[in-house]
Design a binder for this molecule. Structure first.
Ligand SMILES: [Zn+2]
Length: 97
């Protein structure tokens, strides 16, 4: 997975914390809360209508930047925005909050 490789590009991150947060995110991805969120079929970043199956779970504040797998830090995101964000993160992701 690209995400895994991405995390390893950072030095000095707390890998234990990130592992825990990833496990939490995985749990939330199976939750009713998340299913209702993607059922709305909209990307948080670009606002386009996207089929729920094509929405990915994204951390608004990335785990590598101290973000948490909490409901207010997890948003549905289309694949384009997800890729776009990952490629830009090494510079600085501006976000839309
Ligand atoms: Zn998008």
């Amino acid at each position: 997975m690209a995400g895994k490789q991405f995390d390893q590009d950072f030095d000095g991150i707390d890998e234990g914390r990130i592992r825990r947060e990833k496990a939490k995110a995985r749990q939330l991805r199976n939750s009713r809360w998340w299913k209702e969120k993607i059922a709305q079929g909209r990307c948080y970043y670009c606002g386009r209508e996207v089929a729920p199956a094509d929405l990915t779970m994204d951390h608004v504040v990335p785990l590598a930047r101290g973000g948490l797998s909490s409901k207010n830090n997890l948003v549905p995101c289309c694949k384009e925005c997800n890729n776009d964000k990952k490629s830009r993160l090494t510079l600085e992701w501006q976000g839309y909050d």
